[in-house]
Design a protein around this ligand. Structure first.
Ligand SMILES: Cc1cc2nc3c(=O)[nH]c(=O)nc-3n(C[C@H](O)[C@H](O)[C@H](O)COP(=O)(O)O)c2cc1C
Length: 301
C-alpha cells in the first residue's frame, strides 16, 4: 500500500507471524535495497515485496528477488519469464488475481501462491466477482495455496474464508488504520467513521493509472469532482516530493499536505469493521486467535 505501508508496519506484521508486504511502486532500486536491508536486519520474520505491473521496474524486481522471501505481482497478465527470474534468486512468487482464468494462468506461469481478490477489496480491484464465489472457483481450478482478499477485517471473516478452503488471507484496509500505518490521520479518521455502504467502485482516480477500477470512500470522489484546482496537494514517496494532481492515484500519507478529503481514500467493504487504531501485531493476533476459536466452535458435519 504505497504511502500507507511503513517499514515498521511490515516489521510488526512479520513479527506477529504474518507476511509483511512492502509496496515497491515508485521506489528507486537504491531506496528499495536500503529498506529491504533494514527489514532483513530486524529479523522480524517473513516479508514480501509487491509490484504493480503497470509501474514495474525490472531493477527493483531483481533487488526484491534477492532480499525478500516473497515477490508478488498484481494487475497484469501472469508472466512465466518474470516468475522464473524471481525463482532464480530464491524467492517465492505470488500473483494477486481477480478471475479464475487469471488464477489458472498464474499457476501455469509457475507461481507458488495465488491471492484471489474479490470485488469488495479496497484499492485497485482486478476482477468482477465477489470474494466467496471467486474463491470457490479458484480453489477448484488450482493446486497452489490460495489466499483470500477483499472484505476481511475480523476474526469471523478470516474463519469464513479458511472454512471455505483458503490457505490464508490478505488484509489491506484494516492495516491502513494500524498504529504503525503511514496513512494521513484524516484518512484514518474517515475510515473509522465509514461503513461498507460509504465505499464505491469507481474509475474516478485514474490519473497516472487509467482503466483500473478501484474501491474508495465515495466522499473522496465527491470532493475531488467538485474541487477546482488541478493540483490538490503535495506528497512524498521514496524520499521524493511530488505534486498530487486532482483525481490521481496517490492516497494521502502523513507527509501529504493539501485537500486530503479530495484524494484517493482507498477503502474496502471491510471498512465497516475498522473501528479503532490498533498495533499491527495485535490485529494479526486478534484475527488468528479469534479465527481459530471460531473454527473450533463450528459444528463439524
Ligand atoms: C490503501 C490500499 C492500497 C493498496 N495498494 C496495493 C498495492 O500497491 N498492490 C496490491 O497488490 N494491492 C494493493 N491493495 C489491494 C490489496 O492487495 C488487497 O486486495 C485489498 O486490500 C483487500 O481488501 P481489504 O482492503 O478489504 O482488506 C491496496 C489496498 C488498499 C486499501
Amino acid at each position: 500500500m504505497p504511502g500507507v505501508t511503513t517499514p515498521e508496519l511490515v516489521t510488526q506484521v512479520a513479527a506477529a507471524g504474518g507476511v509483511g508486504m512492502l509496496p515497491a511502486a515508485m521506489l528507486s532500486p537504491e531506496v528499495l535495497n536500503g529498506t529491504l536491508d533494514a527489514l532483513g536486519e530486524s529479523k522480524a520474520g517473513a516479508f514480501g515485496v509487491n509490484f504493480l505491473m503497470p509501474f514495474l521496474d525490472p531493477a527493483c524486481v531483481a533487488v526484491a528477488a534477492r532480499k525478500a522471501a516473497l515477490v508478488e505481482f498484481f494487475y497484469g497478465e501472469p508472466d512465466a519469464e518474470l516468475v522464473a527470474r524471481v525463482h532464480d534468486q530464491g524467492a517465492l512468487v505470488s500473483w494477486q488475481v481477480g478471475s479464475v482464468a487469471e488464477a489458472a494462468a498464474a499457476e501455469h506461469a509457475g507461481c507458488d501462491l495465488i491471492v484471489a481478490q474479490g470485488t469488495g477489496a479496497g484499492g485497485h480491484v482486478r476482477g468482477h466477482t465477489s470474494l466467496i464465489p471467486l474463491l470457490s472457483e479458484v480453489l477448484d481450478a488450482v493446486e497452489a495455496p490460495v489466499l483470500a482478499a477483499g472484505g476481511i477485517a475480523t476474526a469471523r471473516d478470516l474463519a469464513a474464508v479458511l472454512a471455505c478452503g483458503a490457505d490464508g488471507a490478505r488484509v489491506g484496509t484494516r492495516f491502513v488504520a494500524a498504529a504503525e500505518s503511514g496513512a494521513h490521520p484524516d484518512y484514518v479518521k474517515a475510515l473509522l467513521d465509514a461503513t461498507a455502504a460509504d465505499t464505491c467502485l469507481t474509475e474516478a482516480f485514474s490519473g497516472m493509472w487509467p482503466d483500473a477500477p478501484h474501491r474508495v470512500l465515495r466522499s473522496a470522489v465527491e470532493a475531488a469532482e467538485t474541487a477546482t484546482d488541478d493540483v490538490v496537494g503535495e506528497t512524498r514517496l521514496g524520499g521524493q516530493a511530488l505534486p498530487v494532481p486532482r483525481l490521481s492515484v496517490f492516497c494521502p500519507s502523513a507527509e501529504t499536505t493539501g485537500r486530503i478529503d479530495a484524494m484517493a481514500l482507498y477503502a474496502g467493504e471491510s471498512v465497516s469493521h475498522v473501528r479503532g487504531v490498533d498495533p499491527a501485531g495485535a490485529i494479526v493476533a486478534e484475527l488468528v486467535s479469534g479465527a481459530e476459536e471460531a473454527l473450533r466452535r463450528a459444528p463439524v458435519s
